[in-house]
Design a binder for this molecule. Sequence first.
Ligand code: IYR
Length: 222
Amino acid sequence: MTDDDRLPLAFERIAPDEQHAQSRAFLTRMRSRRTVRDFSPEPVPFELIENAIAAAATAPSGANQQPWTFVVVSNPEIKRKIREAAEAEEYESYTRRMSQEWLDALAHLHTDWHKPHLEDAPYLIVVFAQAYGVRDDGTKIKHYYVTESVGIAVGMLLAGLHLAGLATLTHTPNPMTFLAEILGRPANERAYVVIPVGYPAADARVPNISKKPLAEVLIRVE
Ligand code: IYR
Protein backbone atom coordinates (compact mmCIF):
# COMPACT_ATOMS: atom_id res chain seq x y z
CA MET A 1 0.00 0.00 0.00
CA THR A 2 1.08 3.55 -0.64
CA ASP A 3 1.04 6.14 2.12
CA ASP A 4 -2.23 8.00 2.48
CA ASP A 5 -1.15 11.26 0.93
CA ARG A 6 -4.67 12.35 -0.01
CA LEU A 7 -5.56 16.02 0.25
CA PRO A 8 -8.68 17.75 1.54
CA LEU A 9 -11.13 18.40 -1.30
CA ALA A 10 -11.41 21.97 -2.49
CA PHE A 11 -15.12 22.10 -3.40
CA GLU A 12 -16.89 25.37 -3.86
CA ARG A 13 -20.62 25.28 -3.03
CA ILE A 14 -22.53 27.69 -5.21
CA ALA A 15 -25.83 29.29 -4.25
CA PRO A 16 -28.92 27.28 -5.35
CA ASP A 17 -30.18 30.04 -7.66
CA GLU A 18 -26.80 30.14 -9.31
CA GLN A 19 -26.77 26.32 -9.65
CA HIS A 20 -30.04 26.41 -11.55
CA ALA A 21 -28.98 29.35 -13.68
CA GLN A 22 -25.66 27.73 -14.62
CA SER A 23 -27.27 24.39 -15.33
CA ARG A 24 -29.93 25.92 -17.58
CA ALA A 25 -27.43 28.15 -19.36
CA PHE A 26 -25.18 25.17 -20.11
CA LEU A 27 -28.13 23.15 -21.43
CA THR A 28 -29.24 26.01 -23.68
CA ARG A 29 -25.72 26.43 -25.06
CA MET A 30 -25.24 22.71 -25.64
CA ARG A 31 -28.58 22.42 -27.44
CA SER A 32 -27.28 24.89 -30.04
CA ARG A 33 -24.29 22.69 -30.93
CA ARG A 34 -24.35 21.24 -34.43
CA THR A 35 -21.85 19.07 -36.23
CA VAL A 36 -20.56 21.20 -39.10
CA ARG A 37 -19.13 19.94 -42.39
CA ASP A 38 -18.73 23.24 -44.29
CA PHE A 39 -15.91 25.37 -42.85
CA SER A 40 -14.66 28.88 -43.53
CA PRO A 41 -10.88 29.23 -43.82
CA GLU A 42 -11.09 32.24 -41.43
CA PRO A 43 -8.32 31.94 -38.84
CA VAL A 44 -9.05 31.11 -35.20
CA PRO A 45 -6.88 32.32 -32.29
CA PHE A 46 -4.75 29.37 -31.16
CA GLU A 47 -5.50 30.22 -27.52
CA LEU A 48 -9.11 29.07 -28.01
CA ILE A 49 -7.87 25.68 -29.17
CA GLU A 50 -5.27 25.51 -26.41
CA ASN A 51 -7.77 26.32 -23.65
CA ALA A 52 -10.28 23.76 -24.92
CA ILE A 53 -7.59 21.06 -25.02
CA ALA A 54 -6.36 22.05 -21.55
CA ALA A 55 -9.95 21.69 -20.30
CA ALA A 56 -10.34 18.31 -22.06
CA ALA A 57 -7.11 17.16 -20.42
CA THR A 58 -8.78 17.61 -16.99
CA ALA A 59 -11.06 14.66 -17.87
CA PRO A 60 -11.22 11.70 -15.50
CA SER A 61 -9.33 8.68 -16.83
CA GLY A 62 -8.61 5.08 -15.84
CA ALA A 63 -6.05 5.14 -13.00
CA ASN A 64 -5.54 8.82 -13.91
CA GLN A 65 -3.27 7.63 -16.73
CA GLN A 66 -4.51 10.37 -19.08
CA PRO A 67 -3.99 8.12 -22.14
CA TRP A 68 -4.41 10.84 -24.77
CA THR A 69 -2.40 13.05 -27.10
CA PHE A 70 -3.96 15.98 -28.95
CA VAL A 71 -2.10 16.88 -32.16
CA VAL A 72 -3.15 20.28 -33.52
CA VAL A 73 -2.49 20.64 -37.25
CA SER A 74 -2.63 24.02 -39.03
CA ASN A 75 0.15 23.38 -41.60
CA PRO A 76 -1.59 23.48 -45.04
CA GLU A 77 0.73 20.85 -46.51
CA ILE A 78 0.00 18.37 -43.69
CA LYS A 79 -3.72 19.13 -43.85
CA ARG A 80 -3.60 18.38 -47.59
CA LYS A 81 -1.88 15.04 -46.96
CA ILE A 82 -4.46 14.14 -44.33
CA ARG A 83 -7.30 15.07 -46.70
CA GLU A 84 -5.84 13.02 -49.55
CA ALA A 85 -5.32 9.94 -47.37
CA ALA A 86 -8.75 10.30 -45.72
CA GLU A 87 -10.51 10.70 -49.07
CA ALA A 88 -8.75 7.62 -50.47
CA GLU A 89 -9.96 5.54 -47.50
CA GLU A 90 -13.43 7.07 -47.53
CA TYR A 91 -13.76 6.49 -51.28
CA GLU A 92 -13.07 2.79 -50.68
CA SER A 93 -15.50 2.77 -47.75
CA TYR A 94 -18.38 4.49 -49.54
CA THR A 95 -17.97 2.58 -52.81
CA ARG A 96 -16.98 -0.87 -51.48
CA ARG A 97 -16.56 -1.41 -47.75
CA MET A 98 -19.76 -0.06 -46.19
CA SER A 99 -22.85 -2.27 -46.32
CA GLN A 100 -26.04 -1.00 -47.94
CA GLU A 101 -27.59 -1.04 -44.46
CA TRP A 102 -24.84 1.31 -43.20
CA LEU A 103 -25.15 3.62 -46.23
CA ASP A 104 -28.92 3.75 -45.69
CA ALA A 105 -28.47 4.62 -42.01
CA LEU A 106 -26.21 7.53 -42.98
CA ALA A 107 -28.10 8.81 -46.00
CA HIS A 108 -29.95 11.58 -44.11
CA LEU A 109 -26.60 13.13 -43.05
CA HIS A 110 -25.67 13.77 -46.72
CA THR A 111 -22.06 12.72 -46.26
CA ASP A 112 -19.87 11.24 -48.97
CA TRP A 113 -16.17 10.54 -49.54
CA HIS A 114 -15.29 14.18 -50.30
CA LYS A 115 -13.66 15.78 -47.24
CA PRO A 116 -12.82 19.42 -48.16
CA HIS A 117 -13.25 20.43 -44.49
CA LEU A 118 -9.94 18.67 -43.77
CA GLU A 119 -8.24 21.51 -45.69
CA ASP A 120 -10.72 24.36 -45.19
CA ALA A 121 -10.85 24.31 -41.38
CA PRO A 122 -7.96 26.33 -39.90
CA TYR A 123 -7.20 23.58 -37.36
CA LEU A 124 -7.47 19.81 -37.27
CA ILE A 125 -7.25 18.35 -33.79
CA VAL A 126 -6.17 14.74 -34.20
CA VAL A 127 -6.78 12.87 -30.95
CA PHE A 128 -4.66 9.81 -30.27
CA ALA A 129 -5.35 7.15 -27.64
CA GLN A 130 -2.29 5.73 -25.92
CA ALA A 131 -2.92 1.97 -25.98
CA TYR A 132 -0.13 1.61 -23.42
CA GLY A 133 2.40 3.90 -21.78
CA VAL A 134 6.16 3.71 -22.24
CA ARG A 135 8.68 4.11 -19.40
CA ASP A 136 11.97 5.94 -19.92
CA ASP A 137 13.69 2.53 -20.22
CA GLY A 138 11.28 1.56 -23.03
CA THR A 139 9.22 -0.96 -21.01
CA LYS A 140 5.42 -0.86 -21.40
CA ILE A 141 2.91 0.40 -18.82
CA LYS A 142 -0.54 -1.20 -19.02
CA HIS A 143 -3.31 1.39 -19.54
CA TYR A 144 -6.87 0.88 -18.28
CA TYR A 145 -10.18 2.01 -19.82
CA VAL A 146 -8.42 3.76 -22.68
CA THR A 147 -11.44 4.02 -25.00
CA GLU A 148 -13.74 5.28 -22.26
CA SER A 149 -11.17 7.78 -20.97
CA VAL A 150 -10.44 9.27 -24.39
CA GLY A 151 -14.17 9.37 -25.20
CA ILE A 152 -14.86 11.41 -22.07
CA ALA A 153 -12.01 13.81 -22.88
CA VAL A 154 -13.25 14.24 -26.46
CA GLY A 155 -16.76 14.99 -25.19
CA MET A 156 -15.35 17.69 -22.96
CA LEU A 157 -13.25 19.00 -25.85
CA LEU A 158 -16.29 19.30 -28.15
CA ALA A 159 -18.21 21.10 -25.39
CA GLY A 160 -15.31 23.49 -24.71
CA LEU A 161 -14.84 24.34 -28.39
CA HIS A 162 -18.57 24.96 -28.76
CA LEU A 163 -18.64 27.23 -25.69
CA ALA A 164 -15.72 29.14 -27.26
CA GLY A 165 -17.96 29.87 -30.26
CA LEU A 166 -16.29 27.42 -32.63
CA ALA A 167 -17.73 24.77 -34.93
CA THR A 168 -16.50 21.18 -34.96
CA LEU A 169 -16.87 17.96 -36.89
CA THR A 170 -16.36 14.58 -35.26
CA HIS A 171 -14.68 12.72 -38.11
CA THR A 172 -13.63 9.07 -37.93
CA PRO A 173 -12.20 7.93 -41.25
CA ASN A 174 -11.87 4.18 -41.32
CA PRO A 175 -9.20 2.86 -41.14
CA MET A 176 -7.35 5.76 -39.47
CA THR A 177 -3.83 4.32 -39.41
CA PHE A 178 -2.62 6.92 -41.96
CA LEU A 179 -2.87 9.62 -39.28
CA ALA A 180 -0.14 8.15 -37.05
CA GLU A 181 2.03 7.72 -40.15
CA ILE A 182 1.58 11.26 -41.49
CA LEU A 183 2.00 12.79 -38.03
CA GLY A 184 4.92 10.54 -37.03
CA ARG A 185 3.30 9.32 -33.82
CA PRO A 186 4.92 6.59 -31.70
CA ALA A 187 3.87 2.92 -31.81
CA ASN A 188 1.73 3.13 -28.64
CA GLU A 189 -0.64 5.75 -30.13
CA ARG A 190 -3.79 4.95 -32.11
CA ALA A 191 -5.78 7.66 -33.89
CA TYR A 192 -9.15 8.05 -32.16
CA VAL A 193 -10.86 10.92 -34.01
CA VAL A 194 -10.08 13.90 -36.26
CA ILE A 195 -11.81 17.14 -35.26
CA PRO A 196 -11.78 19.95 -37.85
CA VAL A 197 -12.32 23.21 -35.91
CA GLY A 198 -13.14 26.69 -37.14
CA TYR A 199 -16.01 28.95 -38.13
CA PRO A 200 -18.77 27.60 -40.35
CA ALA A 201 -18.80 28.67 -44.01
CA ALA A 202 -21.37 31.42 -44.64
CA ASP A 203 -23.49 28.97 -46.66
CA ALA A 204 -23.02 25.98 -44.31
CA ARG A 205 -25.96 23.61 -44.20
CA VAL A 206 -26.72 20.89 -41.66
CA PRO A 207 -28.89 17.79 -41.75
CA ASN A 208 -32.50 18.13 -40.66
CA ILE A 209 -32.19 16.01 -37.53
CA SER A 210 -33.14 16.32 -33.88
CA LYS A 211 -32.22 14.73 -30.57
CA LYS A 212 -34.43 12.16 -28.86
CA PRO A 213 -36.92 13.56 -26.34
CA LEU A 214 -35.56 13.49 -22.81
CA ALA A 215 -38.26 11.06 -21.68
CA GLU A 216 -36.77 8.50 -24.03
CA VAL A 217 -33.22 8.75 -22.68
CA LEU A 218 -33.73 9.67 -19.01
CA ILE A 219 -35.23 7.03 -16.76
CA ARG A 220 -35.72 7.80 -13.09
CA VAL A 221 -35.53 5.05 -10.51
CA GLU A 222 -36.69 6.48 -7.16
N1 IYR B 1 -16.59 7.90 -41.71
C1 IYR B 1 -17.41 8.21 -42.85
C2 IYR B 1 -18.80 7.66 -42.76
C3 IYR B 1 -19.62 8.11 -41.61
C4 IYR B 1 -20.01 7.17 -40.67
C5 IYR B 1 -20.85 7.52 -39.66
I1 IYR B 1 -21.45 6.08 -38.37
C6 IYR B 1 -21.31 8.85 -39.54
O1 IYR B 1 -22.15 9.22 -38.49
C7 IYR B 1 -20.93 9.79 -40.48
C8 IYR B 1 -20.09 9.41 -41.52
C9 IYR B 1 -17.42 9.72 -43.11
O2 IYR B 1 -16.82 10.47 -42.34
O3 IYR B 1 -18.00 10.16 -44.09
